[in-house]
Structures are given as C-alpha cells and as structure tokens.
Design a protein around this ligand. Structure first.
Ligand SMILES: Cc1cc2nc3c(=O)[nH]c(=O)nc-3n(C[C@H](O)[C@H](O)[C@H](O)COP(=O)(O)OP(=O)(O)OC[C@H]3O[C@@H](n4cnc5c(N)ncnc54)[C@H](O)[C@@H]3O)c2cc1C
Length: 383
C-alpha cells in the first residue's frame, strides 16, 4: 500500500492564495494591528470573501465545501504572518461555527451558519469559567427552566471573538439540572438582556484578537436556543476541542515557519566579525532546528487531520500534534529572538511578536499538561 503526503491541486491552490494574501495584505499591517490591539475587520471581511470562514462547511450553508484540513492549511498560512489573525480564524470556525454545524438542528444551521461562513459574523465558544478551564466540567454557570425558555446566571472567562462589532452570539456550557447533574449547550445572542461582555483583557500576546469575560445575570433565552441533545453539552464541547487541537497545532506550525522565514533572511544580511551571522554554526543550527521542528509538527497535524477525515480514532494524535507543535513554537520564537540579537527584543520585528504570541499556544484549548494527561490515559495509565 502506498503512502502519500501530496496535497490535491485544490489544496495547493488554496494554500498559495492564502499565502499571497497573508504576505501582501496582512504582513504590512501586522505590526500596527499588534500595537493598536484591534481586530482589523476589513481583513476579516476579505478573508470571508475568500471563503476561509466557511472552509469546512457545505455550500448550502454558505460554506466553501472543503474540509477541516483545508481550514488548517489556511490557519497555518495566516499564522505564518500574524498569529492574532490566525487565532481569530481558528476560533471563529473551529470553536464558533463548528458547534452549530455539528450539533445544531437543521433550522439552526440554516439560520446561523451562512453569515458565519461568510465571515460577516463571528461567534464565541464559552466553556472556560473564572473558577477553572482545565477542569471545565466543574462549571458553575446555571440555566433553569423559565416558561418556554431558560434563565442563565454565571460567567465565562477568556472567551474569544465575542466582543467585536460583528460578534453575533456565544454558545456556552451550563448546568441545566443538578440531580442527576446535567450539562447542556445553549446559544446566547449578543444583544440578549442580562448578557454583558466586559472590556477586552490586556494580554501578553494575540493583541489584535478579541478576548473577553462574559457575565449572565438573569439572562433569558428561548427554548429554541438549546444546542444539541440536553445533557450532552460537556461531551459535545470536548469533541469540538479534540478537533481544535489539530487547528492550534497548525497555527503553531505557522508561528515556527514564520520564525524560520525571518531568521533565514536576517542571518544572511546581518554581519558580525566581518561575516554574515548565518555562517556561524551556532546561528545556522538554531535555524535548522527550527525548520526540523516545523516539519515534524506539520507532519503530525497532517496525520491527525488525515485520521479524522478517515473517521479513525485521532484524539491521541491530535493531542500529540498540539503538545509538540506548541512547545516547539515557544522554543522557536525564543531562539528566533536570539538570532536577531537586540533587534529581537524590539516590537517592530516580527520575531518579537511571535515570541509574545507563542506562549498562549501551550495554554489555550487544553494546556500542555492536559495533553500529556490525555496521551497518558490513552496509553492505559491509571488515573
Ligand atoms: C487568549 C485566550 C483565549 C481563550 N479563548 C477561549 C475561548 O474562546 N473559549 C474558552 O472556553 N476558553 C478560552 N480560553 C481559556 C483556555 O482554554 C484556558 O485558559 C485553559 O484551558 C486553561 O484553563 P485555566 O486558565 O483555568 O487554567 P487552570 O485549569 O486553572 O490550570 C492552571 C495550571 O494547572 C495545570 N493543571 C490543571 N489541571 C491539571 C491536572 N489535572 N494535572 C496537571 N496539571 C493540571 C494546567 O495545565 C495549568 O498549568 C482562552 C484563554 C486565553 C488566555
């Protein structure tokens, strides 16, 4: 039996188009976006027109009729230039729209997916709470029946894409019954009375990406806003995260490759002791190590995505992809700053931005510790 790592013609084309867009349209503005800490809605709009927000969804729901792997290819290319815009795309599709696609009724899909697929609206994924993200099953947000709807009280922390001018709704986990304990998913539209979105966090990185705390204070939603089967809310959200790990790995690969791009250029131009710094083995080997980690991490996320597309078990491979790629991205960004010397510490050079943006990759959508825990459990270790 043969083995192939070849992209299809369509995938090569998609990757080329997104690469060009990122270089021509995003790169010149990345530094400014980072400093303003503002999500550039015009770029989101353009990415919407390119079909990036609808990549894994069928055309009848406004999508592009592609695959989750296509989305990962696009995330890698955007992330190679700008991680904030990369995570905006990842969170919008993988976390915002995907629960509707996977668990929504036909009516919910037809109503909610098209504007998300076109990038005209963004949706958030409200799992993490102030009391804990890793142990997300210990949530405190509650929804109690209220006439023909639900009354929600509680809060969510660190939620992406809910505070922008085009944010439409957030899907959340809430305890909907105490005995037996039952967790369900609910859709909360942005303009619902009692739903407040706090000012953006001041973050270490991902400055141009929108992250906020959410509060629900006697927030009433109709029964039609239940998402998926009652009581399956926690399992359904965890399934979303299983896939999301592949997309975060793709984003991390983009970060490493972006570091390599910058370092190769700089190490050829910058001279020390009368020679380009790239001629010193200490520098050349750092860059070679970065490229090795980019390719290994890419192979791993491709493998996980392939297993998923084949309907085979993929969770362990997704965790390994996320764990390896994100830790390699942190190392690569640190080493890239070293290659740049003092300029590596200046905000006008992209490597400094990759450095500030890399750390969160080891935390969001399941920390490195949680990935190791999942891999260990999958190996049959006791817990
Ligand atoms: C910028 C940003 C964007 C985010 N976007 C979203 C979003 O859109 N939606 C959303 O729901 N969440 C989002 N998050 C939340 C993110 O997923 C959580 O921060 C993450 O899962 C960790 O949860 P925590 O912060 O509560 O840390 P904790 O769970 O409190 O963990 C603290 C530390 O303890 C470790 N730890 C916990 N349990 C164990 C254990 N059993 N064994 C070993 N170590 C353990 C963790 O690995 C970590 O090192 C975002 C976070 C950030 C910073």
């Amino acid at each position: 039996m043969g083995i192939s790592f070849a992209l299809s013609e369509e995938q090569e084309e998609l990757r080329g188009v997104v690469r060009q867009f990122a270089r021509d349209k995003v790169a010149p503005r990345a530094q400014d976006m980072n400093q303003r800490a503002e999500l550039p809605l015009d770029l989101v709009h353009e990415m919407g027109e390119m079909g990036l927000f609808g990549l894994p969804f069928p055309v009848e729901y406004g999508g592009s009729g592609g695959t989750y792997f296509d989305l990962c290819l696009a995330i890698e290319e955007i992330g190679r230039i700008d991680q904030s815009l990369g995570i905006t795309l990842e969170a919008a599709v993988g976390l915002g729209a995907m629960p509707i696609w996977k668990f929504g009724t036909e009516e919910q899909r037809r109503r909610l997916l098209p504007p998300l697929s076109r990038g005209e609206q963004l949706a958030g994924f409200g799992l993490t709470e102030p009391g804990g993200g890793s142990d997300a099953g210990a949530l405190r947000t509650r929804a109690v029946p209220d006439g023909d709807g639900w009354l929600i009280n509680g809060s969510k922390s660190f939620i992406t894409n809910v505070g922008t001018p085009i944010s439409a709704f957030v899907t959340i986990t809430a305890v909907t019954n105490d005995n037996p304990r039952e967790i369900s998913n609910l859709i909360v539209p942005r303009d619902t009375p009692g739903f407040t979105v706090a000012a953006p966090y001041r973050k270490v990185g991902w400055h141009a990406s929108d992250t906020r705390e959410l509060a629900f204070d006697d927030c009433r939603i109709p029964a039609g806003n239940e998402l998926g089967e009652r009581g399956r809310g926690f399992a359904n959200f965890l399934a979303i995260l299983d896939e999301g790990r592949i997309a975060i790995a793709a984003l991390a690969v983009g970060s490493i490759q972006g570091c390599v791009d910058e370092c190769v250029r700089y190490a050829q131009e910058r001279e020390a002791f009368g020679k380009p710094i790239g001629s010193y083995q200490a520098i050349a080997f750092k860059i070679a190590d970065m490229q090795a980690s980019a390719e290994l991490a890419r192979n791993q996320y491709w493998h996980a995505a392939w297993l998923m597309s084949e309907g085979r078990p993929f969770k362990r491979q997704a965790s390994i992809a996320k764990l390896y790629a994100t830790e390699a991205a942190v190392t690569a960004a640190r080493e890239a700053c070293q290659v740049f010397g003092g300029y590596g510490f200046m905000t006008e050079y992209p490597v400094g931005r990759f450095y500030q943006d890399a750390k969160i990759l080891e935390i969001g959508e399941g920390t490195s510790e949680i990935q190791r825990m999942l891999i260990a459990r999958d190996l049959g270790l006791p817990h």
